[in-house]
Design a binder for this molecule. Structure first.
Ligand code: MN
Ligand code: MN
Length: 490
């Protein structure tokens, strides 16, 4: 360590870091210089690169349209396929070999999607994988959902993913999903999104009568069995006294008229209620986006558009939009299933190379959001290791709870690779943990990717009010995440 030189006449000892008056100015400027060289703080993009504002805002207009069109995993896949088809992608054919620059996709059961752009290097050199998820917390209908109580008709729900139940009352909800009719025909719903369509709602108590409810813990402010959705209030006309539950009957008759379904068809359905709110700019400066389902459609959209915009990448890309992340990546459309492995095996077989070697040489971004530092609730964050709005995409070395339980702790070497890729392309990035140690925790798909012997790290967008009906992201971060994915695929 270097010392600051001092004159022997003034002082008989040299004290590191201290300067005498005559040397003051020189010392200060040297210290500043050294500080710049040795210490690191992630900059605010608005300060360092305000010129990115316009491109970021333009990019986010299309992102908002995507959010409005794709509120469920199935709708995400449908929107994605439209974008892929017009981007030159064709359905993947197992057994076929493809040339550099060719683009293919594969849909898994209408709820998950894999896309590939073939690269310049041989497949054996590894893939560039990018996995985001397209399911979001919501209210699912129970298999037998419809009932009437005190002449009001309702749907019973079973919430999906981690929600704070009180946030889902007294807010307009839209009905999405599918039902398979007895004749085999699939009916698709999206009611409550367009102007003029009815919406639905979970009721809550008025403050005048909530004294008892106020004594509950916030966690139980609204209980699971209280998440009942109002769907009708008038009885079927001229039903008379003999017909019981005629309010339910009227609601059911409307559904039957419009979609040809009966009560029994709910057993052959997947119906999801989501906030009937459109994506909007937030703030006087319009710097943020508020919308439902940005976890993790913000990474799904940025990953997919980067994938589409990639012409002839060095490594073959595999971009995955997965389902079921919010409930543990379970099921055959979640990343704990082998559908991605089987896809990569198909690729390897077609090119006559070892799938194991392909996997071992691959690098994956587990693209998911992280909790942006919220000054209003600062105590659950550790500020030095949090991510912030407008500091770029966030690289998350590990997630998990307590002692990193349930995480896939990325190696230093993997961190170095990904940081190197971003810095070469001038991407604004930051590092962050999910809140303070022992404040809670979370997980992503990373551990399932790592389970295939692939190097993987989490990267995504900082989000405020995560898992709420109105999640907030910053446009600069969304845009730099897109840029990070473009750099990754280059
Ligand atoms: Mn997520
Ligand atoms: Mn989530």
């Amino acid at each position: 360590m270097r010392e600051i030189e001092m004159s022997v006449q003034d002082k008989s000892v040299t004290v590191p870091g201290m300067s005498v008056e005559a040397e003051d100015e020189k010392g200060v400027s040297e210290a500043k210089e050294l500080q710049k060289k040795l210490t690191w703080k992630f900059p605010n993009i608005g300060k360092e690169a305000p010129e990115q504002r316009e491109e970021a805002y333009i990019y986010c207009e299309k992102y908002k349209n995507f959010l409005n069109a794709a509120k469920t995993e199935r709708e995400c896949v449908q929107e994605a396929v439209k974008m892929l088809e017009s981007g030159g992608y064709r359905p993947f054919e197992p057994g076929k070999t493809y040339a550099c620059g060719e683009k293919v996709y594969m849909v898994n059961r209408g709820k998950a999607l894999i896309m590939t752009t073939f690269g310049r290097r041989p497949l054996e050199d590894g893939l560039r994988l990018n996995a985001a998820h397209i399911d979001s917390p919501r209210l699912d209908l129970k298999p037998n959902p419809m009932y009437e109580k005190s002449e009001v008709a309702y749907f019973k729900t079973h919430y999906y993913g981690g929600i704070r139940k009180y946030q889902w009352t007294a807010t307009p909800l839209a009905m999405h999903g599918i039902a398979v009719r007895k004749d085999g025909e699939i009916v698709q719903f999206a009611i409550g999104e367009k102007e003029g369509e009815p919406v639905f709602c979970v009721t809550d108590l008025l403050p005048h009568l909530s004294a008892e409810q106020n004594e509950r813990k916030l966690r139980d402010g609204i209980k699971g069995e209280e998440l009942n959705i109002v769907i009708g209030s008038l009885p079927f006309p001229d039903a008379g006294e003999e017909v019981k539950e005629s309010v339910k009957l009227l609601a059911l008759s409307v559904l039957n008229e419009q979609f040809g379904i009966t009560e029994k068809d709910f057993f052959r359905a997947e119906i999801e209620f989501v906030p009937a709110v459109r994506a909007a700019d937030v703030g006087f400066d319009r710097s943020m986006i508020g919308a439902y389902g940005q976890d993790d459609r913000v990474c799904a959209y940025t990953a997919m558009t980067a994938e589409i915009d990639t012409a002839a990448p060095e490594y073959t890309t595999v971009t995955i939009l997965a389902d079921k992340e919010e409930i543990g990546s379970v099921g055959n459309t979640g990343l704990n299933s082998d559908f991605v492995l089987h896809y990569i095996q198909d690729l390897a077989e077609a090119f006559g190379v070892s799938c194991r070697r392909v996997l071992k040489n691959s690098l994956c971004l587990s693209s998911d959001v992280n909790a942006a530092y919220d000054p209003t609730f600062s105590s659950v964050y550790e500020e030095r290791n949090s991510c912030f709005l407008n500091k770029g995409c966030v690289l998350t070395k590990y997630t998990g709870a307590r002692g990193k339980s349930g995480s896939s702790d990325a190696s230093a070497e993997t961190m170095a690779k990904v940081i190197g890729i971003m810095e070469r392309e001038g991407v604004y990035w930051q590092a962050g943990e999910l809140g303070a140690v022992d404040a809670g925790g979370g997980g992503t798909v990373a551990l399932y990717v790592a389970g295939m012997n692939v190097d993987v790290v989490d990267l995504g967008v900082p989000v405020l009010s995560m898992h709420s009906p109105f999640e907030i992201t910053a446009k600069m971060d969304v845009y730099n995440t897109y840029k990070a994915f473009c750099a990754f695929y280059k």
